[in-house]
Design a protein around this ligand. Sequence first.
Ligand SMILES: Cc1ncc(COP(=O)(O)O)c(C=O)c1O
Length: 286
Amino acid sequence: MEADLPPLPRTTVTSSGREALARILAYLRLRSDDEVWITTTLGLRDLKISPCVTGTIARYCRFAAQPGPRTAAVLVVHDYGVPHPGLAVLRDRCRRHGWPLIEDAAHAFASTDSTGRRLGALADFALYSLPKFFAMPHGGLVSGLPSQAGDEDDEETAMRLRAVLPQVRTIAEARRHNWLTLDGLLHRVGRESALPPTAGSVPSVYVLRTERQFATLRRLRQAGIESGPEVHCGWLLLPCHQSMSPGDLRRVAAIADGSGIDDDHVAPSGLQDATRSPGRPLRLTP
Ligand SMILES: Cc1ncc(COP(=O)(O)O)c(C=O)c1O
């Protein structure tokens, strides 16, 4: 079904990534005092983990940022499309303990690891969030669940997905290209990413390292550029999706940088003009 990508085992189309995760957790029949150990590419903890994830888990059981005596399952989040570096080791650890392993590939629909293996293909279960890659209002995928009554595809989402699937390769290339363009613009002003993509990964956003997180966040929002998070972490998300033009990328770089926008030395050509015009709102997803 998924053009240009290695297939996943037993995939079902759901109404959202949260619904995909909920189906996995329901299938595992976790007890309310069980814990899901969450570990992510960036090593995020607590409030920095997406509330989509923690809120969904909290409907079934507890979650924790480390393993413990109540660990009953492990959720590996491939942050923003970049593979968790400890995945293979975690899989072995899960096997030893009998813990089911879930890959949260919400942001990693088209990402592979450096060997070409699709993110989500190594674990017992995986979930994806479709609007983080395609221009779709909602939708998700779950893989690894045995087919059982009541687990049919969400038909409306499946129909939309069939229509956009042929765009996978084009979108993935545009995203990698836009990430590199933004990275080049930001490098010129001494900025860098806190999460560079690895070979095979397709970034869902640009993770900008910043010591002035909240001032930068305010500036981006005032300019109509969606960003976050709102908890202190030393980085911010910038859009770099397939619908962004070179002018959009220059504008994002200029506003994220703030200090250097009037300086010919640091400003790529056209950057100042793009900065002055209010432009259209720029969202993190297409
Ligand atoms: C890491 C992660 N997992 C799962 C989800 C849930 O996806 P959806 O928005 O499709 O429900 C999100 C949503 O932001 C997410 O960031």
